[in-house]
Write a protein that binds this ligand. Structure first.
Ligand code: ADP
Length: 478
């Protein structure tokens, strides 16, 4: 576990970080470099300020003016470093800049105080270290090479020329050496301490992130187990519903069969009252059988036990069959029901029975939710590259569906109005079953609707069986 930092260190870091761009502080390495740039800049500024009285005491005439100008110039130029850091938002330029200030200031000091006899020349040794810490490894190599060239140039100038001036009083070097020695020790120690603090903080953050990751792993594992349990529960439910539906159909078929026989008997014996009641029994039983068929189909599809029987046919014929069968219902609701298909016949390899089931559901719904209006079944072919599709759009001018309910209605047992006082009968199974069947055939179903104005349900099916039974892109309502 990383050590907890003392309060003063945290205060110092907070002070140095003031005004730095947040993006710079998010990355551990960038933040460490930024702190070192800030720390170095303020140490150089402090060193330059402390040097002013030393220059005043150890120089005279031109030497004093030149040295004071160089010192104050270095101080001011160093202050550009923190500004560059904030302006650029990355440490590279500021790191190079401050390294350059230290280098130039040191070369000036060395060349005016006796070259290799000068107490300052050893400062050149820390320049590549500063560059590497503030601007990266490559900057360290670059400034190492520059310092070596500088040392060679100084050596050449000191031994083979007379160009180097001697501004400072060599007898007073002791004071200067002491000040610079102390500043160097302080600088190296201070900077390594800052780097250490930044590293500790990075470790603490990494440990916190690792702990969070471990926690997230546990949550994922828990969610995986819950998902497995849900899948197991769902297939158990589907299996139960399939069995129950099958068990219910057998006696119900018997009820319908016997009721129909009794209708014939009542006809033969001339009992019209009894016949009407028996016809109602047959109608209600057939309605119930239809609902059970839907439940059975849905559970079979969910348990992936339903097989498709594909055959080649003209899909618009199925649309016509369905509209013909539902004309009586259309008339009772005062609706006009029609098919619009291209003159040239289309061809498709689909499960005719399942397609019919889907269209019966969609057209049945359109008629149920429309009164004295118009229901149109549009059929058209579509080609996307080499793939051919058949598109059915069931359009009505009925009550419409609010935007928020568009997704919901495709879930099983979901109705927009499910209150006990609702106006429209139904189980909320039809669209869920349509969605499953359409997706089994490799297609997709979608709805576009405006509340109070009507709806368009669009089914898009591949005309040939897809290589893999997976849904194509969602249907765009026509
Ligand atoms: P239901 O047996 O209730 O009709 P569906 O799954 O077929 O079950 O439909 C779910 C719900 O979607 C319906 O209860 C109705 O609220 C809404 N709905 C479906 N088709 C239409 C339509 N053409 N116009 C308006 N609402 C519709």
């Amino acid at each position: 576990m990383a050590k907890r930092q003392p309060t003063w260190s945290r205060r110092l870091i907070a002070l140095l970080e003031r005004g730095l761009p947040p993006a710079l502080l998010e990355d551990h390495e960038m933040r460490r470099r930024a702190l070192l740039i800030e720390g170095t800049a303020w140490l150089v500024v402090l060193a330059c300020a402390l040097t002013v009285p030393v220059i005043a005491a150890t120089t005279t005439g031109l030497g004093r003016v030149a040295s004071l100008a160089a010192d104050v110039g270095t101080l001011l130029l160093t202050l550009v470093g923190p500004w560059l850091l904030r302006r650029r938002g990355t440490p590279a330029a500021a790191g190079h800049w401050i390294t350059g200030c230290v280098f130039v200031g040191t070369v000036y000091a060395v060349s005016t105080t006796g070259a290799f006899a000068s107490p300052y020349w050893i400062l050149l040794a820390i320049v590549p270290f500063l560059a590497a810490q503030m601007a990266g490894r490559r900057a360290g190599h670059l400034w190492g090479a520059i310092c070596l060239v500088g040392v060679c140039a100084l050596f050449f100038a000191a031994h083979f020329t007379n160009v180097l001036p001697q501004f400072h009083d060599p007898d007073r070097y002791a004071t200067t050496t002491a000040i610079y020695g102390a500043m160097t020790i302080l600088a190296v120690h201070g900077l390594s301490h800052l780097a250490d603090l930044a590293k500790d903080e990075a470790i603490a953050r990494a440990e916190a992130a690792a702990a969070q990751l471990e926690h997230a792993d546990l949550e994922i594992e828990r969610a995986r187990i819950l998902a497995q349990q849900a899948v197991a529960a769902n297939s158990a439910k589907s299996a139960f519903m399939a069995t129950m539906s099958h068990e219910l159909r057998t006696p119900l078929n018997a009820v319908i069969g016997y009721a129909e026989m009794l209708v014939e008997d009542a006809d033969a014996q001339g009992l019209p009252d009894m016949r009407d009641d028996l016809v109602k029994i047959v109608g209600a039983s057939q309605h119930l059988l239809g609902l059970i068929d839907d439940v059975l189909d849905l559970s079979r599809v969910e348990a992936t036990k339903l097989d498709l029987q594909r055959e080649q046919f003209a899909p618009e014929d199925v649309a016509r069959e369905v509209t013909e069968a539902l004309q009586p219902l259309a008339r009772t609701r005062g609706n006009v029901l029609e098919v619009r298909a291209p003159a040239d016949p289309l061809r498709a390899m689909l499960d005719r029975g399942r397609l019919r089931q889907v269209l019966v559901n969609l057209v049945g719904n359109a008629l149920k939710f429309t009164a004295r209006g118009r229901v149109t079944v549009h059929v058209r072919g579509e080609e996307v590259g080499p793939a051919r599709f058949v598109v059915f759009a069931v359009e009505d001018t009925g009550i419409g569906i609010r935007e928020g309910d568009h997704r919901r209605i495709f879930e099983p047992f979901t109705q927009v109005d499910s209150s006990p006082r609702r106006r429209y009968e139904g189980t909320g199974l039809g669209l869920a079953l349509c969605k499953h069947l359409v997706e089994m055939m490799g297609g997709s179903i979608g709805v576009r609707s405006e509340f109070g104005r009507g709806s368009v349900f669009t089914v898009r099916l591949p005309a040939e069986p897809p290589a893999r039974a997976e849904p194509v892109k969602p249907a765009a309502a026509c």
